[in-house]
Ligand binder design. Structure first.
Ligand code: IVH
Length: 716
């Protein structure tokens, strides 16, 4: 360090060489802290000073420039994250099926949706579900132009430089391919490469990796692509995004085309007809699983014909034409040490099993869910006995099960090992956090008692308030980077008024409160100047936000992402939504009817939303939030040029050329809103034979009525 004090002009050559060595190590160290650990030790200004000094010494002694000089490292200027890439077509996920029965349901739902008898005439492809990371790789005029991770399905991360290091992925395609090609598939690490890497790490006395999937993900998300290059990642192509031309008209044909273009495709892919053959192939792949050099967690079935795929379309996140048939969960025995109660955002008391650590399918498990108090007592959802009525007690030896990413569960108890003198677990009747009564509601519709016991403390309950905040900043809501669970706990507990965050609007006033305060966040352990700046930037970046994210973030009971999207689409602006919910308060009248007529929103959900808007405390929080944040109007319907775009359509009576589900999906694709009942706001009723009260209502309101043929004529 002493050398730093000597002016560059006064350095001898020997001193300069020593100083450059010192600076290279020092800057690399800070780069690692900044990028790798997200915990810089010095300010940006100090970091810049080191870089400038390095440059000055190098300018004076060009012959001393080192191979590892910080001036040579590409992208040495701090690149905090990967650039976002908006996918030309969203990257969806798959529905899961777990039993032969589920697969039968999937196959029959395909036939039903298409209005066909289940006569084994529809071909399905069946292929392994690779346990890696999905990737979308875009080629323009045959050249790889960008590669992106799945991200949230809409926006991923640009990892082009890293993907270019994977030798199995061609950087150029043969002549004659379509102008725009997006090949999608799975990047993974071979089991053998994973084991070799871990042997090497162990030999060097370094920490070993947990499993091939996480290692592949970590290897890919490296700002320094040479690390990716050293890891020998691999690829299987199985899907596509935007294509300027379709080279085939079946799933199987597409994958074979990718193969002919030089992509690796999975050799266990088959085209099959009928449930028996499909399940047969699943069993075969299951038997082959231990010998494969890559991890798989199930078999994916897809409708082979692309025209049928198009007719089947999508639900909000997954295609109707595909499903993933998962392999059975892995199980292990361990001791249940204790049952803890967690209080969630909606006040639900969830019992969590604290376990003696045990490895289940390669992952160490220490916690598992026990669902609810009936589950612990050996009762199922309808009060029937489960586990032959065996209850679960602290101290029991239990069977833990893990399947994929699902939270581990306790599936059974080993009665022979139950300790003498153990007592039945008594579920608390008060909230362990705030002490309020915890009750099981009676479901108004079914008259059944709710399985979940809830804390009645509402805003008084710290647990509910904290969980609300965590939900608010979570990925599908406001997605504020740098505000994770740990930070929320910290801000919530903070006593200093310039640091405290108790409700969502407080997040957006933090920077302002801090600027006027002497208690500086950056001086608090775990924060630091750079990360505080990053946090404020991340917060400010969300001052405008998509309407559906805003609605979802409010944390209204039963309003998940899909419902939030339906609401955003139906009401378009927050003002319209807020006003309508206030008007719907009496649970009758036009606003209430309109809410209930939104397809996909049932009465339970509608009630929950209206209840939320009746609570003055919620209104107060929302109005303070709106002073800070602007929800953007929801996007206009997709196909604006279609004659039914933006129209509210109701289908009634029996349809003959398409199934009800297909009609609905088709109308939505064309930008229409499909409602379940007729109101003054309905634009069009498509009535088939046997239409009854909806047709009468349409006549009463003077709504246009057409038949199925006229519908097809209109949307031609
Ligand atoms: S098809 C629209 N095929 O599974 C459907 N996905 O749970 C696109 N995956 O995000 C996916 N192997 O990462 C498909 N043979 C396969 C797959 C596969 C693995 C992953 C993929 C996807 C996830 C969905």
């Amino acid at each position: 360090m002493a050398l730093e004090k000597i002016p560059v002009e006064a350095l001898t050559e020997e001193q300069a060489a020593a100083e450059l060595a010192f600076l290279a190590a020092e800057i690399a160290h800070h780069d690692e802290l900044y990028h790798g650990k997200d915990q810089p030790e010095i300010s940006d200004a100090e970091y810049d000073a080191l870089k400038r000094r390095n440059e000055a010494v190098e300018t004076r002694f060009p012959s001393l420039v080192r191979d590892d000089s910080p001036s040579k490292t590409v992208g040495a200027a701090p690149l905090p994250t990967f650039a976002p890439v908006t996918h030309a077509r969203p990257m969806l996920s798959l529905d899961n099926t777990f039993s032969d029965e589920d697969v039968r349901d999937f196959v029959s739902s395909v036939y039903r949706f298409l209005g066909q008898l289940p006569d084994n005439s529809i071909a399905f492809t069946a292929e392994p579900k690779i346990d890696g990371l999905s990737m979308s790789i875009r080629y323009e005029n045959g050249r790889l132009v960008n590669a992106a991770t799945r991200g949230d399905g809409t926006t991923g991360e640009n990892v082009t430089a890293n993907i270019l290091t994977i030798s199995e992925i061609p950087s150029r395609l043969p002549a004659g391919v379509p102008g725009v090609v997006e090949v999608r598939g799975e990047v993974y690490m071979a089991k053998s490469d994973f084991l070799a890497l871990n042997e090497k790490m162990a030999a060097e006395g370094k920490q070993t990796y947990v499993n091939p999937r996480n290692t592949a993900a970590g290897s890919l998300r490296q700002l320094d692509a040479s690390v990716t290059a050293s890891r020998n990642l691999r690829f299987f192509a199985y899907a596509w995004g935007e294509m300027s031309e379709m080279p085939a008209d079946t799933q199987f044909g597409m994958v074979q085309t990718f193969k002919s273009w030089g992509f690796p495709v999975n050799p266990l892919t088959e085209r099959l007809f009928g449930l028996e053959d499909i399940i047969g192939h699943y069993r075969e792949i299951g038997l082959a699983r231990p010998d494969l050099d890559y991890d798989i967690d199930g078999v994916v079935y897809k409708v082979d014909r692309l025209d049928l795929q198009a007719r089947l379309g999508f639900r909000s996140r997954s295609p109707r034409w595909a499903t993933a048939h998962k392999f059975p969960a892995e199980q292990a025995f361990t001791k249940l040490e204790r049952i803890d109660i967690q209080v969630g955002r909606t006040g639900a008391l969830t019992p969590v099993a604290r376990l003696e650590p045990v490895t289940v399918g390669g992952v160490v498990v220490t916690n598992a869910t026990l669902h609810n108090e009936d589950y612990i007592r050996g009762l199922g959802n309808s009060g029937e006995a489960i586990r032959e009525g065996r209850d679960i007690r602290e101290g029991d030896t239990v069977i833990v099960q893990r399947a994929g990413d699902v939270i581990p569960q306790i599936v059974d108890v080993v009665m022979e090992k139950r300790p003498a003198g153990s007592v039945e677990y008594e579920f608390p009747k008060t909230c362990p956090v705030c002490g309020s009564h915890a009750v099981r509601d009676i479901n108004e519709k079914s008259g059944k008692i709710d399985a979940v016991r809830r804390c009645t403390g509402g805003f008084v309950c710290r647990a509910q308030a904290v969980e609300h905040l965590k939900h608010f900043v979570s990925r599908n809501a406001f997605d504020i980077e740098g505000l994770g669970a740990k930070q929320i706990d910290f801000f919530f507990e903070a006593e200093d008024p310039s640091l405290s965050i108790r409700t969502a609007p407080d997040i957006f006033t933090l920077e302002q409160r801090q600027s006027a305060s002497l208690t500086k966040l950056e001086n608090i352990e775990g924060f630091g100047r750079v990360s505080v700046r990053k946090l404020y930037d991340a917060i400010n970046a969300r001052r405008t936000i998509a309407l559906h994210r805003f609605i979802y973030a409010l944390g209204i009971r039963h309003v998940g992402e899909t419902t939030a999207k339906l609401l955003a689409r139906a009401y378009a602006t927050y003002e319209a939504f807020g006003e309508a919910m206030a008007s719907a308060a009496p649970l009758s009248g036009e606003a209430w009817n309109e809410l209930n007529s939104i397809d996909g929103i049932g009465e339970v959900v509608a009630r929950a939303i209206v209840e939320f808007y009746k609570e003055p405390r919620n209104l107060e929080v929302v109005s303070r939030l709106l002073e800070q944040v602007t929800p953007e109007a929801a996007e206009a319907p997709v196909a604006t040029d279609s004659p039914v775009a933006g129209k509210t359509v109701v289908f009634t009576g029996s349809l003959e050329k398409m199934t009800r589900d297909e009609a609905k999906a088709m109308a939505e694709r064309l930008g229409a809103k499909v409602a379940g009942s007729v109101s003054k706001k309905t634009d069009l009723v498509v009535a088939g034979p046997g239409a009854g009260s909806k047709l009468d209502k349409a006549r009463e309101f003077g709504v246009e009525v057409i038949d199925e043929d006229q519908w097809f004529e209109r949307i031609k």
